[in-house]
Ligand binder design. Structure first.
Ligand SMILES: C[S@@+](CC[C@H](N)C(=O)[O-])C[C@H]1O[C@@H](n2cnc3c(N)ncnc32)[C@H](O)[C@@H]1O
Length: 411
């Protein structure tokens, strides 16, 4: 089978904070991205065959009954398929690619720890739009997890002013997403603004809050779509915000403020908002945090305001146990501990618990929107995250297998 190659990492858009990447480092990135694509396109199908041949015959009716807590999360399949050499090859390759990717990106960031800070210093004309809180207690689920094997997570600082966590994240995302996040890492933000323009053309937010904004990749399209709005990029990790702030300034954005805090402690000190957005944020939190954050979102939204959240879809009663196993794989082997619980949540029920009117809740799907011109047209061909998505159902309304699951509400 011919596997389409991901774009060359050297075709990534370079903003003012993009780390310098030498020949060997970019060669490593390209090898890892291609290997990831190849594993996704070839071996993944074999894992399904291994399931059917080696694992399924061992499963009992109880193992397939999703009222059984183990079957409900796919753990019965995980136990049954573990001895399969095909599965073992696929799993160890995926784990090794992620480890090598994070290590390579971390190495790139570390060797320029000082020059990145100097660059940020030179770029940051407006210091009032970076508001850090050195006494913030990092939420336990972030401090303890090293999510997706990024050593030190999003918050660790090696020395004062350090932003290597963000540079690592920026570089490593290319391999993980194989270009699907776009050359500027903004295809989620571009997608949601298009969705909004299509479904709510009259919605013109004046104040926008992006939760878990990280380096602002998906925040900037919101600021570009509503240039008169005041945008707050909010995150717990100071390195992400320092880097994001300088990055945004280098790209000419003056309407985005980068603010450090924990979303479950949000109060009205930032004011109220017309649009509260999040992209790939909730899956890094926890059950109690998710409930608390939704309540705070409700409290901070102006009447008529909207919250829109791009995430992975939850399991429905029709999600087969094999798909449950695949979609929870990262929880067990890629340090994403909250995925198991998240996949079993009813997001609309959570919105209602937080105070939203059931008639105003939104459930749907958003496709990533890749900025044309940066990559060759390849990225629709492979998606490592296919297994994380629900299977499209032609007759279904709401979410229908798009790249992102959307949940939200209007107040
Ligand atoms: C996977 S990243 C998402 C990045 C970004 N939204 C994007 O689309 O590229 C998750 C971000 O959420 C932040 N985060 C997680 N829990 C948080 C919390 N309780 N309060 C604030 N930020 C949080 C992390 O620091 C991290 O930067």
């Amino acid at each position: 089978m011919t596997v389409p190659l991901p774009p060359d990492s050297r075709s990534l858009y370079r903003h003012g904070m993009t780390p310098d990447i030498n020949h060997d480092e970019s060669a490593r990135i390209n090898v890892l991205a291609s290997l990831n694509a190849s594993v996704a396109a070839t071996l993944s199908a074999s894992v399904h065959l291994a399931y059917e041949h080696d694992a399924a015959p061992k499963l009992t009716a109880d193992d397939l009954d999703i009222t059984n807590p183990q079957a409900k999360i796919g753990a019965t399949v995980r136990e049954a398929i573990r001895p399969s050499p095909v599965y073992q090859s696929w799993a160890s390759l995926r784990r090794a690619i992620q480890e090598m990717n994070r290590q390579n990106a971390r190495h790139i960031a570390y060797r320029q720890i000082d020059s990145l800070s100097q660059r940020a210093e030179a770029l940051s004309d407006d210091r009032t739009t970076l508001q850090l809180n050195p006494s913030l207690e990092i939420p336990r689920y972030l401090a303890n997890a090293d999510n997706h094997l990024q050593a030190g997570g999003y918050h660790t600082e090696i020395k004062p002013g350090d932003m290597t966590a963000a540079a690592t994240y920026d570089v490593a995302t290319f391999v993980t997403a194989m270009g699907m996040f776009g050359a500027k890492g903004d295809s989620g933000g571009r997608g949601i603004t298009k969705w909004l323009a299509k479904h709510y053309p009259d919605f013109k937010p004046k104040r926008i809050l992006d939760l878990g904004a990280a380096h602002g990749g998906n925040t900037l399209p919101l600021a570009a779509a509503f240039p008169d709005a005041e945008v707050v990029a909010f995150d717990a990790g100071a390195p992400m915000l320092r880097y994001g702030h300088a990055r945004a300034q280098s790209m000419g954005f003056s309407n985005v403020r980068f603010v450090q805090g924990a979303a479950e402690e949000l109060d009205d000190s930032l004011g109220t908002f017309d649009w509260i957005q999040s992209t790939m944020f909730f899956h890094e939190t926890s059950g109690p945090a998710l409930g608390e954050i939704l309540k705070r979102i409700y409290a901070l939204l102006n009447p008529g305001g909207m919250t829109l959240n791009l995430e992975q879809p939850n399991f429905t009663p029709e999600t087969p146990v094999f798909d449950r196993f695949l979609r929870n794989w990262d929880a067990w082997y890629n340090n994403e501990p909250f995925w198991v619980q998240l996949h079993c949540m009813d997001f609309t029920a959570e919105m209602i618990k937080a105070g939203f009117d059931p008639g105003q809740c939104i459930e749907g799907g958003v496709n990533p929107d890749l900025e044309p011109g940066h990559y060759p047209a390849w990225s629709g061909k492979i998606n490592r995250h296919d297994h994380e998505r629900a299977k499209p159902k032609p007759e279904k309304s709401g979410y229908n297998g798009e790249g992102w699951y959307l949940f939200g509400a209007r107040k």
